[in-house]
Design a protein around this ligand. Structure first.
Ligand code: AMP
Ligand code: MG
Length: 339
């Protein structure tokens, strides 16, 4: 009888222990890839898993950074031979970016870097480039002039590559995978505003993600997600104002060399794979609303939220019921895109 009692006590302890630990919240904040990153994860394996996820992000930064001396991308841009062998991560990211360039008709172009440099978005000092300088920079771009064979990248002389438009999404995907592989079932990561949701909240309800207002403090809306990436490209994220008061932002239309100007101020992509979401957020921002809608209808596999100047919001049908606009932002209802 006494032994049975002890056994029951032990069992209760184990169950209580499990329940308590499962809901235990852990967090980790750090700076990487030029931005603040925050992780929140629940459960007994959270700390160790987040440490491994941060290490994975730092490895990716070492390999993909355009400014870090010795990174794979830095070696490409400072090459002395035509062909540069890439590590596994860089080969995957560049291969993906080139495929996405093809799929989006060049709206995403990983060779746009000379133009980004001409605008000064790589430095502290930004300026509207002279027409001739811009044309010269554009002449050094073009994803169709790049070859990736067996992990070896060949660029024409003067061309440069940059994964700024996909790197954080790749990091989000990889960090989420590290957490899942280590048994974490409830976590949310914010990599400079790019969200990677692992599982659901500890109580099983979806994560609630705020969508930043592009033209005001605070949020434009709230989104419920589980096991998904939420990636936003916005003209408010990086920009400067010239002497005449005109604003110029950092998302370049590779067809013109100028910041994309089509009425969109923010594009959010919701999907399974952070890398895909990051590529599409940039590309669909460049395309503008009509082409973005046509792209979504033709390809599917993701959802999106578009915000236009004037605060008109459009969502794809998969988000109806999962996205709500904050009434303080606009009283206008979201337009729902259907197939
Ligand atoms: P994102 O915030 O993901 O939309 O990425 C924007 C960053 O990618 C910019 O700061 C540039 O460094 C780079 N970029 C700008 N325009 C393009 C483009 N059309 N294709 C690829 N990268 C771009
Ligand atoms: Mg992007």
């Amino acid at each position: 009888m006494r032994r049975l009692w002890l056994l029951l006590c032990a069992l209760c302890f184990v169950l209580a222990g499990c329940g308590g630990e499962a809901a235990e919240k852990h967090s980790r904040d750090f700076f990487a890839m030029d931005t603040y990153m925050t992780m929140i994860a629940y459960g007994p394996r959270a700390e160790e898993a987040m440490q491994a996820a941060e290490a994975r992000i730092r490895t990716l930064e070492d390999e993909l950074s355009v400014t870090r001396e010795g990174s794979d991308i830095w070696r490409v841009n400072h090459r002395t031979d035509d062909a540069v062998p890439l590590g596994r991560d860089a080969a995957e990211a560049v291969g993906f970016a080139l495929a996405a360039a093809k799929e989006t008709g060049g709206a995403l172009d990983p060779t746009i870097y000379p133009v980004v440099e001409a605008w000064g978005f790589t430095k502290d000092h930004q300026q509207v480039p002279e027409e001739t300088a811009l044309r010269a920079a554009l002449a050094r771009t073009g994803w169709t002039r790049v070859r990736l064979d067996d992990g070896s990248l060949t660029l024409e002389p003067g061309m440069e590559i940059d994964l700024g438009a996909v790197g954080k999404g790749y990091a989000g995907r990889e960090a989420g995978q590290v957490l899942r592989d280590r048994g974490v079932t409830s976590a949310i990561l914010s990599l400079g505003g790019n969200i990677e949701a692992v599982g659901s909240r500890p109580d099983g309800t979806p994560w609630r993600v705020g969508l930043r207002a592009p033209d005001a403090e605070g949020y434009a809306g709230m989104l419920s997600v589980q096991d998904a990436a939420v990636v936003t490209s916005g003209s408010y994220e990086r920009y400067f104002t010239d002497e005449s008061g005109r604003r110029w932002h950092h998302i370049i239309d590779p067809a013109t060399g100028y910041p994309a100007e089509n009425g969109l101020v923010s594009v959010t992509i919701v999907g399974q794979d952070g890398l895909v979401c990051d590529a599409l957020s940039t590309a669909l921002f460049v395309m503008g609303k009509e082409k973005a809608a046509a792209f979504w209808r033709a390809h599917g596999g993701f959802d999106m939220i578009l915000i236009e100047e004037g605060r008109h919001i459009t969502v794809t049908e998969g988000l109806a019921g999962r996205f709500s606009i904050l009434p303080d932002y606009t009283e206008e209802e979201a337009e729902v895109l259907r197939r």
